[in-house]
Design a protein around this ligand. Sequence first.
Ligand code: R5P
Length: 303
Amino acid sequence: MLDKEKILIIGSASQILGIKIANKLGIECIDTEFKTFPDGENYLRINVEDETILEGKEIIIVQSTGPSVRNNQNAQFFELLMMIDAVKRIGPKKIVVVVPYLAYARQDKIFRPGETRFIRTLLRIINSMEIDEFYVVDLHEPKVLEEMSCKSVNIDSMKLLAEYIKSLGAENIVVLSPDKGAIERSKTFAKYFGNNVSLKVFEKERCVKTGDIKMTGSFNLENKDVVISDDIIATGGTMATAIKLAKQNGANKVYAVATHALLLKNAKYLILKAGADEIIGTDSIDNEVSKVSLANAIIDYLK
Ligand code: R5P
């Protein structure tokens, strides 16, 4: 039986995840019509003929903002704002917004004079639309959610990722963090593999001007299956460097794991060439490595 009090609106960047969440919750889902005008402006409408079906309902909007259908994060973000705006105009009882991958999340610190902590501004823009609940997954710096005045939750995907890796038959697991910034996340991740699973941390330095990476670390990884975990794989530079170092330290199998595997440019090649046995991501980004669905973790909060 469909729960008629809730409707899920699926954004273009979350088609598979959106359907899964709607099916598991037993609620109707509606997609969007979207295009880009010749001048570059976005067009979006909720794909309904009778918009009164949204009136007085709890509306759940699911839209990632990674490079997906449009290959353009900014366009996906604008779609998100347009979805909220359209729904708001129609008059729902409640608006719940789920952004599995939130773009600009890494721009949370000032590294060079004149930069912007843009993620905070972006959250203030969403907050200004007066939504009721806001959910993201494995945010680069969860503290930035303090910009939101509604209920805001950073959902942890690591239990699901750990379960998937265990199902692959990984043995003598060591969890490896590619830099100090990922320590807290990697500590939590290691616990999901069992109390005796150790955590190792490489030192990463990234040149703020060129983006070049230097990584160091020396551990005995002989006979160990190594799980290297990060929040985002973008160009693959961090992951590939960590894999090479793990292999130099004697690692047996290496699993390259990220919640948000954007896999830009030649990232897949770099990571596999470095020696990864498998690249594993979630469906916050729709691509060939979205092996772990976030649906169950998200519906725990939406039920
Ligand atoms: C950085 O702080 C993030 O946690 C990731 O390590 C970074 O986004 C990965 O980027 P890339 O794949 O381009 O090295």
